[in-house]
Design a protein around this ligand. Sequence first.
Ligand code: AMP
Length: 315
Amino acid sequence: MDLRSLYVELERAADACTMAPFEESVFMDDMALGGEVPWFSLKDIDVGKRLGSGKFGAVYAARERRTGFVFALKVLDKRQLIKHRVEHQLRREIEIQSHCRHVNILRLYSFFHDEKRVYLMLEMAPGGELYSLLQQRGTFSEARSAWYFKQMVEAIQYCHTKHIMHRDIKPENILIGLNDTLKIADFGWAVHAPKSRRETFCGTLDYLPPEMVGNKQYTHGVDIWGLGVLLYEFLMGRPPFEDNDERGTYRKIKNSVPEFPPHISREAKDLVKKMLHKDPEQRATFPEILAHPWVARSCTGTNAQRLQDRYGGIV
Ligand code: AMP
């Protein structure tokens, strides 16, 4: 049985899995996240092959012994987290991601820790990073872009209904899950902001909106901008305001309009421009984006079925 069919089977078993839900009150001690007895430890888990590595540790395929449930185990080094002062960021990431339930958002099932490490039990994404796929292919066709884009729009729309701003949408933070369904995976910059406008400067330079570059207050419109940059990158293989140095990128974000070659359709350009409006108040809204002819044409009816057959995802 290959890994994918094994995973399909175990995903079904997941419903029967009794992983305890995350409680907001549970945090670990030396990272101010502390005291309660964790539900899992390494003793409960078989750790398999390494799936990848990041700045603070590595990710492994893993299986919960009792139920056989397969997941990805992200192992983070506490010393590194503390050294880079990202304990609070991790705590916020855990709080936010563990509360999200959307087909296009990577599940965080639970976490535990020992003296040296923090362990995150994550939904397995067998396809790896969307970034690698985009690099392999250079660009995505318009139909494929629309199909992927819609999944990400729906994920971020869900976040906004929960008053969560993601603030770091980019292909590196999107994983390819079961059935090639796209999953937003990294909530390191996300924030729960029910009302207030925010001022923290965050995210990734190429994806920053003008209001952040200009150190102004910003709202959920930053994610519409991020999705616009993402769509441009799907179509063009590079972000719209790329430049030789940071100052050039800043300048372009503030002053330039994205450029397109002639083969990009008028409708695709129209949508990107509406999302990359410099004035956040003027940017397209989620209903406008989803009803835009460029999205609607590919992502409804028989076209949607055809794209799902070809590129996966869940309708
Ligand atoms: P990260 O530390 O989150 O940047 O993850 C490092 C690498 O591990 C990623 O580039 C992926 O290749 C892999 N990875 C992370 N999370 C998962 C997951 N949930 N399922 C499968 N692979 C993953």
